[in-house]
Design a protein around this ligand. Sequence first.
Ligand SMILES: C[S@@+](CC[C@H](N)C(=O)[O-])C[C@H]1O[C@@H](n2cnc3c(N)ncnc32)[C@H](O)[C@@H]1O
Length: 293
Amino acid sequence: MSEGDAYGLDARAVGRSFDRASAQYDDAAVLQKQVREELLDRLQLVAFEPRVVVDLGCGTAHATRALRDRYRAARVVAIDLAPRMLAAAKERMGWFRRFDRVQADATRLPLRAGCVDLLYSSLMLQWAPDLDAAFAEVRRVLAPRGYFTFTTFGPDTLGELRAAWAEVDDYVHVNRFVDMHEVGDALVRAGLADPVMDVERITVTYADVRGLMRDLKSIGAHNVAAGRPPGLTGPGRLRKLEAAYERFRRDGRLPATYEVVYGQAWAPGHEPPKRARRGEATIDVGSIGRRQR
Ligand SMILES: C[S@@+](CC[C@H](N)C(=O)[O-])C[C@H]1O[C@@H](n2cnc3c(N)ncnc32)[C@H](O)[C@@H]1O
């Protein structure tokens, strides 16, 4: 994180937060489940047989397990910053000889260059303190023709919560999320090829603000930004927040909007899909195919 950046994230604090959340993560991570399943579905359109698959920011390893079941010949590596997430991952995976667990920061991967055929990462990148450093690592570890598929959050995420807090104080309460175009630029800067991205908005609704705050806490999404308020949120400020959030209430429920960015890119040297019209890409039919479930 750059010095003096109120939105800067401390990777150690992020790791501690997810460590504490590991036991209850699955119960609260409803949106994360939906996004992860969509990303896994999209991956089915890419027909290839990876030998080494990495689930980066694996959390409790639901996707790791799905990837293991799908690519049975592959060596599957689950990587996460939080040791207790990796412990939960181990439980989920059960006994499986080609499953590796690695505790590491996405910006410093203990993997040799060019060894990963498929790098999958769902809703981890928004926690990486330095997106350029994370993408440089992705680029470094991807094998020739390697494929990177990921999701992250865009700037409209939790916009209601951000706006409501802005009426209460000037501290940072909601992380800064990077715009899809900036993510694309960062992929290109890292030397990754043919980035493709799109965005989906998902709204989760709550009876009250406390429900939303509880969910964020349960999944480990604590406020660890450098510009967070000192100390705990007192009842007075919480009441002000609740009052400010009320203006978003629709049909008796409070919305929390998430802007989910889906992205993919290839290791350089991959044969680029031919461009058709502006904004459209044609892909060699030989390179795609549906797998049987
Ligand atoms: C929101 S959870 C997503 C977990 C899982 N991918 C899923 O879809 O449910 C984010 C995960 O990323 C991990 N994480 C956060 N920052 C990381 C970093 N810099 N390097 C590696 N893992 C990180 C957290 O510990 C947490 O398990």
